[in-house]
Design a protein around this ligand. Sequence first.
Ligand SMILES: [Fe+2]
Length: 221
Amino acid sequence: MRDCPDWYYLLREFETLYRQGSAGGSRSIRSHRKRVREAVSAVLESNPEMAMRAPETKPVTAHLGRALDIGERGVMQGLARALSRVSDQLTWEYGYEKVSPSLARKYAYCEVMGPNGPVQTGRLIIGFVLFAPNTTYPQHSHVEIEESYVSVAGAWSENDAAVYAPGSLILNRAGDEHRITTGEQQPCLLAYAWSGPETRLRLPEMKLTPPRQQKARREGR
Ligand SMILES: [Fe+2]
């Protein structure tokens, strides 16, 4: 990895992001931040082999330039600039076996570190998810995986609970149902971290919650 300094510095930015700043008084967020930064530090220390994959774009990546421009003007400029250095090497994917045609035009994610590389580790997955303006990312949850999002660019909301600005961290604990909507005018770029058992990180089984179960689960039934 040290022979690919742009990737090394991108991971450094992640480590800084999860080290600095406040957990807002939340014990769960504090321990999640600690787990993420310790895993990233350990990977940086171990200097793993890179497992580069063929770069891939998706329709939404036409919005990446704009998302990076917005990110570089705000509090997340360090991460946005580091990501722009590797933006032509990213493998954008959907993750789901079935993606609706409308979501396929407006969403994709890329991994930076994890069992599938490009920086290889079984301890943690980190990456970015990109949404076009005016997107609804349907309700879902993750089995045994704890997920945090940090806004890099654009405004978005989760479960209609608040509007999150660049720099905000949102934690979804394992099993928490979540649904995302994004602002009308600008794309939205989020950094994410997934922490959980290695076997689960290798096979996360991404599934959207079936529509008839969505309301029931939101209401805790
Ligand atoms: Fe999620």
